[in-house]
Design a protein around this ligand. Structure first.
Ligand SMILES: Nc1ncnc2c1ncn2[C@@H]1O[C@H](COP(=O)(O)OP(=O)(O)OP(=O)(O)O)[C@@H](O)[C@H]1O
Ligand SMILES: Nc1ncnc2c1ncn2[C@@H]1O[C@H](COP(=O)(O)OP(=O)(O)OP(=O)(O)O)[C@@H](O)[C@H]1O
Ligand SMILES: [Mg+2]
Ligand SMILES: [Mg+2]
Lengths: 227, 227
């Protein structure tokens, strides 16, 4: 379903080049539940941004659902993202002047869904993450964990094929974090492909496969034999 | 050193009132290491904002170092914050167009420290969190965990009396998170009063006392007898 071949990503800062990804190759099948771990700065979010079609590699190729996304135009990439991918960003990236409900409804607006259905589906998505009573709050009126849950609801509202979640429980207490992981698990059992960046072992345990990053490379790729 | 008496904080959203803190009383001595835990939305960050002199309670009193801060003017509050308190925000709150070095140096600028000394101390603070080689990057050129570490360096650069850290390891891998907690521990042994909001047991273990919040109230306040 997702295939990366020898992917490189560099950033230029002043005169120095930061090699964020230094030759990453991996294949992930539809319906897998993968966790991504590794030290701060090792390339995890960069990897997620590239497979999430938010950016392009400097070299190497990325294929999603049989389509070579590393070559697409910005418009085509945006369309793939909207149809197939749900992204929970490490720093949420919510619209500051927009209510929780409207933040969640945004992917549906881009997908051309009509107003009535947008409201119904956004309400459902908020309820699933326990925030039905915060629908009209804007981000500044929400706690850190509530903002994170709005970002999660937004990532799921358009029933994507693949969920990319970058530290999705970083701002959540343990009990709420487990509720979220059980939600991901239920959606995975129903067919959603899930990739989660996390540094917490209890979160990684929900996955059946672990990719470990270090210095822009995947240093280990292990299947969890227990489950 | 820090004393809260029957502190209340409400937020008005449209026509409803959210009781973020519903009568919080606690006394924390100089040199304590306290962790704050509790469900998402239970009032932890609101508590931290009030004791950090970033906001005022609706009722009740807060005393810091013998001074009644709940009555101070905005200017006096700002001065207390700058002199005595280092704050690591749940979402970092870095200046987007400013380099890591200048973000860290900001409290020194407010304290009237001259340019040469600001650069020296900001460099040291960045080195202590392992980011000496990222001094010229702006936040968008840093990973999530690197941004969090810039926020930590900034909180410590002016040698505060009290450190308030809201989920300071939320974006950090386990090894880096432990380095940061050991840094806090060393500073605590040298006299720094530390209050850390966290949902991770391994982080809370560094503290000698745990406050648990639920629905705007402290429901338990226990000393860790083991250490
Ligand atoms: N500026 C605000 N306006 C309205 N409501 C607010 C505001 N800030 C916080 N709240 C509400 O007050 C409650 C407590 O928020 P707070 O940020 O203190 O929670 P928290 O314990 O830090 O949560 P988390 O663990 O998710 O960060 C939440 O229900 C939140 O929706
Ligand atoms: N836009 C950018 N410009 C310059 N350098 C960047 C940029 N984005 C990331 N980097 C650098 O690339 C490296 C990898 O960053 P990335 O965000 O992928 O790390 P990460 O594994 O997600 O880290 P964390 O666990 O701290 O979130 C880091 O060293 C970072 O400084
Ligand atoms: Mg990251
Ligand atoms: Mg909070």
């Amino acid at each position: 379903f997702l295939r990366c071949h020898d992917v490189h990503k560099d950033y230029l800062v002043g005169t120095e080049t930061v090699r964020a990804l230094d030759g990453v190759s991996v294949a992930i099948d539809r319906g897998e539940f993968v966790s991504v771990m590794g030290p701060s700065g090792s390339g995890k979010s960069t990897f997620m941004n590239l497979v999430g079609c938010l950016d392009r590699p400097n070299s190497g190729s990325i294929e999603l659902d049989g389509e070579r996304v590393s070559d697409l135009t910005s418009d085509s990439l945006a369309s793939v993202r909207n149809q197939k991918i749900g992204f929970v960003f490490q720093q949420f990236n919510l619209l500051g002047r927009t209510s929780a409900l409207d933040n969640v409804a945004l992917p549906l607006l881009y997908a051309g869904v009509d107003r009535g259905e947008r409201t119904t589906r956004a309400d459902e998505a908020l309820a699933r993450v326990g925030l039905a009573d915060r629908a009209q709050h804007v981000p500044a009126q929400l706690s850190g964990g509530q903002q994170q849950r709005v970002a999660i609801a937004r990532a799921l509202v358009n029933s994507p094929d693949m969920l990319l979640a970058d530290e999705p429980t970083g701002a959540l207490d343990t009990a709420t974090g487990q509720e979220i992981m059980r939600l991901f698990q239920a959606l995975n059992e129903a067919g959603l492909t899930v990739i989660v960046v996390t540094h917490e072992a209890e979160v990684a345990d929900y996955a059946r496969r672990i990719l470990r990053f270090r210095d822009g490379l995947i240093t280990s790729d292990t299947l969890d034999e227990v489950r």
